[in-house]
Design a binder for this molecule. Structure first.
Ligand code: GLN
Length: 551
């Protein structure tokens, strides 16, 4: 065997010997069924039995990543430690489980084609016609196996975005069909998440859409082993039997996933339906006990039995969208859990503040948060909201754009730098207190070119930030092009807005805080991406504590 084919042979053997088991999650009938939360919950369930898991999201769109998409198209862009701009389902995966996700955990059609076309240009397929099958499907399988082959992974959960029957997701479905054959039927299962609607007039649930959706799956050679039925009401045994009969699965494997008050209850619901036992049996998993008690105690019991209540205003411009500030809402929820309090989020459109004034929307809230964002629209309303929080001594948390807004407000209203702005919104401002990062000058391409991913931050002593974190050096994730302009640091500090956190390698201001204010912290990073329901992020936790004090 030649050297090269020997290497390829060994690689193939290694891939074939991969010990990880696969769970493929597909969706049927309609979108927005909560496949991401279902996948994350399955991950949690398996982790609680001592297994090491990871998760992959396959997105059928042609964008290489969601980083260039508008929140109306895609919702939040979730950022991983390694700086990948990914689908928001990865946020659920990280919040529910301990899986460490990287850019490899989000596969898109764009990425797959990009890679195949680059290979074609290099001549890797010389002489061949490059086709969806086998080249695209092979590339998908290779990308999935690369993650599955990571050290010590017992189970990899692969969620296929979109709904079965869509043209876009066909290559992914074909790839997972082939992959199951390759790894052996007993090493993979297919879970199909469907909708079982309750028809009020008939007073019963309807299984037909599920039957059709499973039929479509079978047409392309995929037989589900488990059907996860999303429904308003618990499925009766009769309904389960019907689905089992028509969809060719065991009746125990028809799982009723009803709507719940909090998404963090889903792992417990799936456990009660016996899903972990079914998966263990089908995949011959060596589970080591089960422990969801901590989750129940530290998360669910606290959500259900709050002692206090706070209202936090989130002032943004994508307020009507459920998903635009997903991680922010979740991180606030985690912090409320940690403070034994009920949380009411008041979503305020900054353009409404521009029209009617801050007091109309903010006079009844306990704290104000301004999340990240891009572009000029709604900026002046956000500046007004910060002024309101500062003057009325309402706890204020600025995140990324929220920090930049805080700097603009402080410059204009305290430092006397009228017309101060960020060069993102006015390139001719006389006082560019926020300006383009040095490394961004000359960057023209928009995809994956921001300052992305984790960077360390050294905290200044005697600040609220260091007190909240309880550590001197922290690491947070970033996604921005503009930055606090150090030329203005002195004048800010003289007036009381201090640099509480610095990125040591290039002296970038990462956190500012106001000394003479009950709680006013604004950071350039996105701490919301690292918060978990049972381990609230320290800044969010401290912010909600301050909100409680302010009631
Ligand atoms: N638009 C700002 C920047 O690019 C803030 C980005 C953000 O909030 N994620 O720096």
């Amino acid at each position: 065997m030649s050297g090269l084919s020997n290497i390829i042979y060994k690689k193939r053997v290694k891939e074939a010997m991969s010990v990880a088991k696969y769970i493929f999650v597909t969706g049927g009938v309609v979108s927005s069924l909560g496949k991401g939360i279902a996948s994350a919950s399955i991950g949690k369930l398996l982790e609680s039995t001592g297994l090491k898991i990871t998760l992959i999201k396959c997105d059928p769109y042609i964008n290489v990543d969601p980083g260039t998409m508008n929140p109306f198209q895609h919702g939040e862009v979730y950022v991983t430690d390694d700086g990948a701009e990914t689908d928001l389902d990865l946020g659920h995966y990280e919040r529910f489980t301990n899986a460490k996700l990287t850019k490899e955990n989000n596969i898109t059609t764009g990425k797959i084609y990009y890679s195949v076309i680059s290979k074609e240009r290099k001549g890797d397929y010389l002489g061949k016609t490059v086709q969806i099958i086998p080249h695209i499907t092979d590339e998908i399988k290779h990308s999935i196996k690369k993650v599955a082959n990571r050290k010590n992974i017992d189970v990899v959960i692969v969620e296929i975005g979109g709904t079965v029957g869509d043209i876009e997701s066909r290559p992914f479905l074909e790839a997972i069909r082939q992959l199951r054959l390759e790894v052996g039927r007993e090493n993979a299962v297919n879970i199909h998440v469907t909708l079982v609607p309750y028809i009020k007039a008939a007073g019963e649930v309807k299984t037909k859409p599920t039957q059709h959706s499973v039929g479509t799956l079978r047409e392309i050679g995929i037989m589900p082993d488990v059907i996860l039925c999303r429904s308003e009401k618990h499925l009766t045994m009769q309904a389960k039997e019907k689905i089992a009969l028509f969809c060719n699965v065991d009746k125990e494997a028809v799982i009723s996933a009803v709507d719940v008050d909090t998404i963090y209850e889903v792992p417990i619901c799936l456990y009660k339906e016996g899903l972990n036992g079914i998966l263990a049996r089908l995949l011959k998993l060596r589970c080591r006990g089960r422990n969801l008690t901590r989750w129940q105690k530290t998360v669910l019991d606290k959500i259900k039995n709050p002692v206090n209540a706070v209202t936090v205003a989130v002032v943004g411009k994508y307020i009507i969208l459920q998903d635009a500030y997903k991680s922010i809402y979740e991180a606030l929820t985690h912090a409320a859990i940690a403070n034994n309090t009920r949380l009411l989020i008041k979503r305020v459109d900054s353009e409404d503040i521009e029209k009617y004034g801050s007091h109309v929307y903010l006079n009844d809230v306990d704290a104000i948060l301004i999340p990240g964002g891009f572009g000029k629209r709604g900026i002046e309303g956000k500046i007004e909201a910060v002024r309101y929080a500062r003057e009325k001594e309402i706890p204020f948390f600025g995140i990324c754009l929220g920090m930049q807004i805080a700097a603009i407000e402080f410059a204009r209203n305290i430092c006397g730098l009228k017309k101060a702005n960020s060069t993102e919104f006015n390139s001719k401002t006389p006082y560019p207190v926020i300006s383009l990062l040095e490394e961004q000058r000359g960057v023209k391409a928009k995809g994956a070119t921001m300052r992305l991913g984790k960077y360390s931050c050294r905290l200044r002593k005697d600040t609220k930030s260091i007190k909240a974190y309880g550590r001197k050096v922290v690491s947070e994730r970033h996604r921005h092009r503009y930055e606090f302009n150090n030329r203005y640091r002195n004048i800010f500090e003289k007036n009381g807005l201090i640099a509480a956190g610095i990125y040591p390698n290039s002296d970038l201001v990462e956190i500012v805080e106001l000394a003479n204010h009950p709680w006013y912290i604004a950071c350039q990073s996105h701490p919301e991406f690292k918060s978990k329901p049972d381990i609230a992020h320290p800044l969010f936790k401290s912010f909600i504590r301050a909100a409680l004090k302010n009631r």
